[in-house]
Design a binder for this molecule. Structure first.
Ligand code: DGJ
Length: 375
């Protein structure tokens, strides 16, 4: 007892308490749905995007919603309010909270008028992977006209470094075949039943498996998985992801199970996003239902899935990433400048192959230590 009251011991306790408080306070935290300032003090603009980890640094690629909003019928194929393309934004971080902006990519190309690259054609849902064979960084995005019909393709660009510069390569085609010049004939009504060989610029994501094979997923009710070849510069094989459905696909793997998250189809308005699992990337996919829990779960916290990020150095730790656009109906084109990001930890029940994303007003990466103890 006496030793506990010793002044040196008390001092030790006090210092430990101060250090613990300081380290807890130093842990950078996420505040989902709130404006997220970058290191320059501007709101992070990385919507519908995805991340890459390379040499200890995370890179976040996305869409810049600060592009000028343009009135309907101003540009070709633009029947309702739209925004001009500002290319693909790039940020870097080591702690996932503090993001430093780097020069945007493909800006000069998207503003060149004519053909595939008219200013009104947006680069949507950009994602970047590192090709394991070549070591090159491959950026892919959907290129979409405001009518979602006259231009609807997947395009790609290649870089030697994560920050670029990314060299524009054009439309993604099939390995060993000449790429079709110009535009595909676009007939929206047929799009859902197009031959899978027609690579459409629907909602898309990229995924690299443990064996180094990379896949492009495109989703518009039916979800197609294109295996990539020749340094991830062309499609070599396509499969329908049997049993899976939706838009805005995000794919990850944990302990041998593939988890696919998708939204339903309600334009820019939020809906209840869902999950599917499979023991193989080739399916079949088992529906596992909604995963959002807490206030706003019916609309996935007013968000739409965009990506799932594996946290480096933390086994079974994955971050759910979504966009909150603020649309109020299926046909509403919202004020995108007010869009925010929702990042939340994923809790996985490995035995049951299910996942949960609980709402949190604020959280930090220590959330994963607690949840992995439960598994
Ligand atoms: C839903 C998609 O998920 C978005 O990426 C966007 O294409 C909207 N539809 C457009 O209505």
């Amino acid at each position: 007892m006496r030793s506990l009251q010793h002044p040196r011991f008390c001092l030790f306790l006090l210092l430990s308490a101060i250090l613990l408080t300081a380290s807890a306070a130093a842990q950078p935290s996420f505040t989902p749905g709130r404006p997220w300032p970058d290191t320059a003090g501007n709101p992070v603009q990385s919507h519908l995007g995805g991340l890459l980890f390379e040499n200890g640094v995370y890179y976040w690629y996305g869409m810049d919603f600060r592009g000028p909003r343009i009135a309907p019928d101003t540009l070709p194929h633009q029947s309702f309010a739209w925004l001009l393309n500002l290319g693909v934004t790039v940020y870097s971080s080591t702690d996932l909270v503090t993001w430093k902006p780097a020069p945007s990519q493909l800006t000069e190309i998207t503003y060149k008028p004519g053909g595939l690259l008219q200013p009104a054609n947006l680069l949507v849902r950009p994602k970047v992977i590192k090709d394991h064979a070549t070591g090159k960084f491959i950026l892919m995005a959907a290129l979409t006209a405001p009518d979602f019909e006259s231009v609807s393709d997947v395009v790609y660009a290649v870089a030697d470094q994560p920050l670029g510069p990314f060299r524009w390569m054009g439309k993604l085609g099939w390995c060993g075949k000449p790429n079709a010049a110009g535009l595909w004939a676009g007939v929206w009504e047929q799009a859902k039943s197009d031959a899978p060989e027609r690579i459409r610029g629907f909602d898309m994501t990229l995924y690299t498996d443990g064996d180094g094979k990379s896949f492009l997923l495109t989703a518009h009710t039916r979800i197609l998985a294109y295996e990539l070849g020749a340094g991830s510069t062309c499609a070599s094989h396509v499969e329908v992801m049997q049993g899976a459905t939706g838009e805005a696909p995000a794919l990850f793997k944990d302990r041998g199970t593939y988890y696919l998250l998708t939204s339903q189809l309600t334009g820019w308005a939020p809906n209840r996003n869902q999950s599917f699992t499979s023991p193989s990337i080739h399916g079949p996919w088992t529906p596992r239902g909604p995963f959002a829990h807490g206030p706003g779960e019916e609309t996935t916290f007013d968000g739409q899935t965009t990506f799932v990020l594996p946290v480096q150095g933390k086994p079974h730790a994955f971050i759910f990433m979504a966009d909150r656009f603020g649309a109020v109906s299926d046909t509403d084109i919202p004020d995108f400048t007010r869009a925010t990001h929702i990042w939340l930890p994923i809790e996985i029940d490995a035995a049951r192959h299910t996942l949960t994303v609980n709402w949190r007003d604020t959280w930090d990466l220590s959330a994963f230590a607690a949840s992995s103890e439960k598994q």
